[in-house]
Write a protein of this length. Structure first.
Length: 502
């Protein structure tokens, strides 16, 4: 079954998310839609699946126009979608999730899952999935949950399957298994639309590649194209994907964490038994599948978590129990996971955001009164130094692109006395050019003798930047290894299989 989108346009206010997009996916083809975060890929797929309505354009199946007003129309037409954030209810079983909204009732209101179980097992056998229809979703690994989503699409006889950033929360091994599943689906005649920004995966599995930039189709490519060629099409200019790193020369211990535990308000451990140190001139990267305690560990270092036990020292001085300001003043620069929510005040001007850490002290203020000339000169100096592309320093931070917002956060954090940089997902949602800049700044901090603690879900980034890699699993550090470790070995650690320490 082939699917074609013609002239699809979708706007949200003044933002044109999709601009007259044409796309055709042939039957039995794996077609990758490649583009950066915010390029309009997910919007386009949400239109195809009936979650959004286009302002103009049409959808055709096997050359015939169809109306897709809601997901049930898409399912009827043979279109299934596996969302980036799974649409599963954790306390329901596999079978209950799959039939949700299409339940068969037996007798006086009891749910009849007998036929569903049989059909699920038949699909699982066909694709070599090991799935228990009666297993609770919350008890399944993330990779298995994704297979449940795929089975759900096949259960309703989908012939066209949309996979939206399907490897975002998978280990390398789970990603390899997913790519094999895609090949098997193709072999059985299914058409796959594969939404991603990961170049390696596209090269491995795609038959055709369409590149979207800023809501428009800017080109098509074959998987034989190099990663540099694909990246250049994504951003519209030549890019260098190689990270050049000087030899590792560690200095004294700057950050030392001992017997750290973080709990929620009910006393449930979010992070436990954490012990490691980071030295001056070193990048220690924390890797792991999303949701294994990385966020809570990063926040604990700045005393942003309410229940912290154990010891965290900066240059030998204890900071557990200090205020956030006291933690910053101890020499920590902090790049938070969400620049919009925690890194910036969107309604404040760019100049004001650049003094959030220093507005209370000289030279920015005197006797509690802001020196507006100093605020202006500070902003002009640092936006130039960090290459922030802007109209005016008086514009709100919300007017900036994602990459320029991150540059503002980096400029604020790295232009004061710092001993330790804690960077949490620093390149999430950035274009390739901004990623280059962030990588260069992180390496510059390391080379100037600062300690760097990097949290990243991007394995290529971890392996390129790290001097050592700490792997988190279920809230604990399972091992610390050398960056010379293979992707396969790192993936096993991320899945909880202990390896050899570095």
């Amino acid at each position: 079954m082939s699917v074609e989108l013609r002239g699809i346009t979708k706007s949200f206010g003044s933002l044109v998310a999709n601009d007259a997009i044409d796309l055709k996916v042939e039957a039995g083809q794996i077609h990758a839609i490649l583009g950066e975060n915010g390029a309009g890929k997910s919007t386009l797929m949400n239109i195809l699946f009936g979650l959004l309505q286009p302002d103009s354009g049409e959808i055709l199946i096997d050359g015939k126009p169809i109306q897709v007003n809601e997901p049930s129309d898409a399912l009827t037409a043979g279109i299934g979608m596996v969302h980036q954030h799974f649409m599963l209810i954790p306390v329901f079983t596999v079978a209950e999730n799959i039939v949700l909204g299409h339940e068969k009732i037996r007798g006086v209101g009891s749910l009849d899952l007998r036929d569903a179980r049989t059909q699920i097992m038949e699909i699982a056998k066909r694709f070599n999935f090991e799935i228990d229809p009666d297993a609770l979703i919350e008890e399944l690994p993330v990779g298995v949950q994704q297979r449940v989503e795929i089975i759900k699409a096949l259960f309703f006889n989908a012939k066209i399957i949309i996979l939206d950033e399907p490897s975002a929360v998978l280990t390398p091994q789970e990603t390899d298994e997913l790519l094999n599943v895609m090949r098997e689906l193709k072999k059985q005649g299914k058409s796959i639309i594969f939404i991603t920004h990961k170049l390696r995966e596209v090269q491995e599995v795609a038959d055709e590649i369409t590149i979207i930039r800023r809501g428009k189709v800017v080109g098509k490519a074959k998987p034989t194209a190099t990663q540099e060629e694909l990246a250049s099409m994504m951003v519209g200019r030549p890019v260098d994907l190689e990270v050049t790193k000087k030899p590792f020369t560690p200095g004294p211990v700057i950050l030392k964490i001992s017997d750290l535990k973080v709990t929620d308000n009910r006393g449930r451990a979010l992070v436990s038994e954490i012990n490691f140190d980071v030295r001056a001139g070193e990048i220690l990267a924390v890797a792991g599948v999303q949701g294994n305690g990385q966020t809570e560990l990063a926040r604990a270092i700045l005393n942003l978590e309410p229940h912290i036990y154990g010891s965290i020292t900066i240059d030998g001085k204890e900071i557990v129990g200090k205020t956030v300001n006291e933690s910053l003043e101890s020499g920590i620069a902090f790049v938070p996971e969400s620049r919009e929510l925690d890194g910036l005040i969107s309604s404040f001007s760019i100049a004001e955001n650049l003094i959030l850490d220093t507005f209370h002290s000289a030279p920015i203020s005197k006797s509690g009164i802001l020196d507006l000339e100093k605020v202006r000169s500070n902003a002009e100096e640092y936006t130039k130094q960090f290459d922030v592309r802007l109209q005016s320093i008086s514009d709100p931070a919300s007017s900036l692109s994602g990459g320029n917002k991150q540059k503002v956060v980096l400029a604020r954090e790295l232009t004061r006395p710092v001993k330790l940089l804690v960077a949490s997902q620093p390149t999430r949602g950035l274009d390739v050019g901004s990623i280059e800049f962030v990588h260069e700044r992180i390496l510059a901090e390391r080379d100037s003798g600062r300690a760097v603690l990097l949290f990243s879900n991007e394995l290529d980034e971890v392996m390129a930047l790290a001097d050592r890699i700490a792997v988190m699993y279920h809230g604990s550090i399972i091992d610390i290894v050398s960056p010379s470790v293979t992707r396969n070995e790192l993936g096993l650690l991320m899945a909880g299989v202990k390896g050899k320490s570095a």
